[in-house]
Design a protein around this ligand. Sequence first.
Ligand code: EPZ
Length: 420
Amino acid sequence: MGSFFIEGIRNLEGIVEIGGSKNAALPIIASTVLSGREYIIENIPDIEDVRMMFEILTSMGCIAQFENGLALIDTRGLNTHAVPEDLVKKIRSSIILMGAILGRTGNVEVAYPGGCEIGLRPIDLHLKGFKKLGVSICEKNGILYGKVNNPAGCEIQLDYPSVGATENIMLFAVNTEGKTVIYNAAREPEIVDLQNFLNKCGYKVSGAGTSTIIIEGIKNVPTDTIDYKIISDRIEAGTYLSAATTMRSKIYIKNIEKSHFKSITSLYEDAGCEIREAYHTIIVTNERRIKALEKITTQPYPGFPTDMQAQFMASMAIADGTTIIEETVFDSRFKHVPELQKMGADITTIGRVAVVNGVKRLHGAEVDAKDLRGGAALVIAAIGAEGMTKVNNIYHINRGYEHFMDKLRNLGVIITAIEE
Ligand code: EPZ
């Protein structure tokens, strides 16, 4: 399971290089199944979730591996349409393979992904989109069986701008005869990156980044090698920005796309952080205790991202004043609250609303990471807490943050890890 030990009250100073976006990499890795060819992809983060996706592709007859920081994927050897059940259970975002496998083989077998630490995670919008596009889906003993019957492009209205549903529908529609329009599509930058990758592969997608995505189905694309570079991870960048607010700090956050990051940086500027922008770098200076922000609500992009809610709460836990945080995207994404309370945070939750009364300082404690972003939030809280904090179950954190401990050490954090 593994634990971090963090000694608090450390001013942060130095440079952190942001890696490739986990949430751009996973759908792009899935999309390599669509057409059997070789892919050389730069900036894919070397994290547990990516390695799990590589393991799934390899178990299905493909080649998927890291070589000197590059991801080498070759999907010509795909020899099944069944995704190994034990692996789906390990990484629920593997459901994103459904659209690509259906598009490539006309069939798919995949275990129904369970809920996870942050909520039920239904996939009804994915399945509704596939059915409209001419796929028959049935479920038996927890396995989903999909079969392409009479595929045809169509108009799909998403009830909610689901990131995964938008991506899965895109991945099936790109080689489905006719024109598909997705209304109320998710607008996240990771969707734009997927569109750019698909177009580089020879498909025809437009509108990503807006609520309406248009896909002209193309049956056969060339099979030459594709090279591509993934966008940087805006949530990783926001996580280090959060860490800078817990102490006096001056840090340089490099390799970011500023436009993807606006909803995050603007909040921290309102809280009193000084943020100066260079081209792909921001310089964050924090000289004093940050101010509470009256009310923050998580929203689909371009609103404040749910993936930053826990880290932001850790910052507000020691801010001057009271902040109300409303989590509107997932139904149970406050599992970090009891752990922050063990460190002395004054937080009350009612349903999806948390009232955070900032205290001057937290104190070290033994706490348990319950999910990826909540775990990162506990580390952030520990940096600004009196004394030593032990964060258990750090495998949650290693799922999504590349070289997390090394990057924090480079900023002056005293942190060690033990694998239990
Ligand atoms: C993606 O998850 C991200 N994961 C999540 O990041 C992120 O929090 C989320 O989008 C929202 O931005 C990846 O990209 C791998 P959704 P996804 O479908 O696609 C409901 C992280 O920490 N919904 O946009 O699963 C769902 O229950 C992770 O990096 C349905 O009701 O998110 C949720 O309440 C966590 N039916 C809301 O929509 C569906 O068919 C948003 O889910 C699909 C979703």
